[in-house]
Design a protein around this ligand. Structure first.
Ligand code: HEM
Length: 384
């Protein structure tokens, strides 16, 4: 898949919008229209791997399984309505001073050189999500530690017994923390999102404790890795394009549109999986029931049928049609929150690092998930 991402990034769309990947036993869909078709048609393309996949991948440790992201309507609609109470514009708005404050504190002693992941990449999303959930600030270091242990447990690292032990301990401690918090809010509701999420709707519907636990874990996993990656990718793109960096310095109002172009050019989520519920077809290819279909967001975002000069990073374009937050019923719940966090962080970096930017080191052990961003940001025929 990585090779294919690179191929698409360098040479544009390959083939007619999809192809079968023998090694993975899965269909990969990479045209913009085709990816949208798959993400829109949840009846033909399910998110529920356990129910529909003919060859489910062993998921002993997948913390997202069984959560909102891995179920279909109608249950999905009901759950999404309940958890959306955590993402009202007011809830997001009240977090902005908190995000600004975290960025300011994290950048206070920065002098010329900065560990972007250590200073902002891990702490910022975790602090934001814990603030959203109403978790005591004193427990934030535990959340940073748990999230780092859980999200870095992927790929080759998952085979390492020492990492397995750290992962299991982190999951247990996180679960115990949430169970205690739920018990506490049930008896003494507070003015926080956990209390809101525990409450029943006027029609009596409510989340079960398991659903709430899955959701809180999903927020940490989905909301953390992706936001960290978007921040890192933005720093890399601006480092590789000094003109763009200078333009943002001259006019910080351009930061949000530059971030939109980073989202298109280097999406933090390279793709997302669906499973065919019955025989169907995509781009004229017949697809059997029970097949894994990988929607290649990165390739779709570089479809020349939709974006001119797709392999150029052009922060002045308005790439409104990118699919980096997904599409359809599972569209990212935290999209606005992520945009705000990265915009505020980049604003802070422009201020604290006023000279030209350069990257001295990429710590791949802390960014094991995702694409080889440096390669993609700096290489390619049109990105000298
Ligand atoms: C869903 C991307 C940040 C919470 C998704 C999906 C994508 C995505 C592509 C759809 C997955 C699918 O259709 O299978 C991103 C990116 C982010 C980001 C690129 C940052 C740059 C966040 C944040 C939060 C969050 C900050 C919460 C704090 C969620 C949730 C879902 C989701 C709960 C599941 C929604 C559903 O299934 O109905 N995200 N996300 N995301 N995201 Fe994000």
């Amino acid at each position: 898949i990585l090779d294919w991402h690179r191929e698409t990034a360098r040479h544009g769309l390959v083939g007619d919008g999809m192809r079968y990947l023998e090694g993975l036993g899965a269909w990969a869909v990479h045209g913009h229209a085709e990816v949208k078709q798959v993400l829109t048609d949840y009846q033909a393309f399910s998110s529920d791997e356990l129910r529909y996949s003919a060859r489910p991948v062993p998921h002993r440790n997948n913390p997202v399984l069984g959560s909102l992201a891995a179920i279909d309507p109608p249950r999905h609609q009901l759950l999404r309505k309940l958890v959306s109470r955590a993402f009202t514009p007011r809830a997001v708005q009240t977090l902005l001073p908190w995000i600004t404050d975290t960025v300011r504190t994290q950048l206070t002693e920065v002098d010329g050189e900065l560990d972007v992941i250590g200073r902002l990449g891990y702490p910022l999303p975790v602090h934001t999500i814990t603030a959203l959930l109403g978790i005591e600030p004193a427990r934030q270091p535990d959340f940073v530690r748990w999230t780092e242990a859980i999200t870095s447990f992927a790929g080759a690292f998952a085979q390492d017994p020492a990492r397995q032990a750290v992962f299991r301990a982190a999951r247990t401690e996180l679960t115990e923390y949430f169970q205690e918090a739920f018990a506490d809010r049930r008896t003494r509701p507070r003015d926080d999102i956990i209390s809101v999420l525990l409450a029943a709707e006027p029609d009596g519907t409510r989340l079960t404790e398991d659903e709430l636990l899955n959701f809180c874990t999903l927020l940490l996993i989905n909301g953390h890795e992706t936001t960290k990656t978007l921040l890192v990718n933005t720093v890399l793109c601006l480092t590789a394009h000094p003109d763009a960096l200078a333009a943002l310095r001259a006019n910080p109002d351009l930061v949000p549109s530059a971030i939109e172009e980073v989202l298109r050019f280097l999406p933090p989520t390279g793709g997302t999986d669906r499973f065919t519920t019955g025989p169907t077809s995509i781009a004229g290819h017949a697809v059997e029931a029970g097949q894994r279909v990988i929607t290649m967001i990165l390739s779709a975002n570089r479809d020349p049928r939709v974006f001119t000069e797709p392999n150029r990073f052009r922060p002045d374009r308005a790439p409104g049609q990118h699919l980096s937050f997904g599409h359809g019923v599972h569209f990212c719940l935290g999209a606005h929150l992520a945009r705000h966090q990265v915009a505020i962080a980049i604003g802070g970096l422009l201020h604290r690092l006023p000279g030209p930017w350069s990257v001295s080191r990429i710590d791949t052990a802390r960014t094991p998930v995702g694409i080889d961003v440096l390669d993609l940001a700096l290489a390619g025929p049109s990105n000298s």
